[in-house]
Write a protein that binds this ligand. Sequence first.
Ligand code: COA
Length: 197
Amino acid sequence: MNHRSHAATASTGVERVDGSSVAIRPERPDDAEPVRNLLRAAFGVEKVVTLVDLIRASPGYLPDLSLVAEGGGAVVGHVMLSRLALRTDDGGRLPILTLSPLSVAPAVHRRGIGGCLLRAAVADARAARESLIVLEGDPAYYGRHGFERAADRGVRRPSSRIPEAGFMCLPLTPGGASARGAVEYSAPFWVTDCIGP
Ligand SMILES: CC(C)(COP(=O)(O)OP(=O)(O)OC[C@H]1O[C@@H](n2cnc3c(N)ncnc32)[C@H](O)[C@@H]1OP(=O)(O)O)[C@@H](O)C(=O)NCCC(=O)NCCS
């Protein structure tokens, strides 16, 4: 597995979050169980735990772009970017990313940890010359971090079960900004039914 060294990671660093230190770094194999527990606590449903396990076992897994937030020796946050494709209107296929899931331990919500993870993931994707990030989420939350309604950019959701306003995107390159087409979810999202609210 290609785990990038911490020193080379755009995201790696220690941030002061609400008076305490939180380190953001790529996940390691030994984070798998703490991340499962975090996902259970944050989402309260097992299908998101299965989603992350299936993404890790899939060709779309990008270990350098799955990050954890560590505070007080514990994993307190996690974000995963994984590979999808955009079937473009001119007949091509553009490799893109989806940001899912994002989670923070309930005991430390609203201290900026989610925002730190989001900014780090976007910075790493940009540094890796990725074209476009899509996600399902609350427009109020992700809009603050630069995400826009994907339909407004001609980027169509992979399922009509996803509310149009909740399918968002962030272009990172001119190619990503001009791309138009339909997003195709990878198998882990269909298998776990992690699609829509
Ligand atoms: C969403 C989540 C990751 C945010 O983490 P966090 O560390 O609390 O986020 P931050 O501290 O960076 O930002 C908190 C701010 O975002 C707002 N916020 C948090 N979740 C929100 C949501 N779903 N919709 C809109 N705003 C939200 C908070 O009100 C807060 O704003 P305020 O302090 O001005 O009131 C966290 O609440 C979580 O793990 N939730 C459960 C899992 C989940 O729903 N993940 C998102 C799936 S797309």
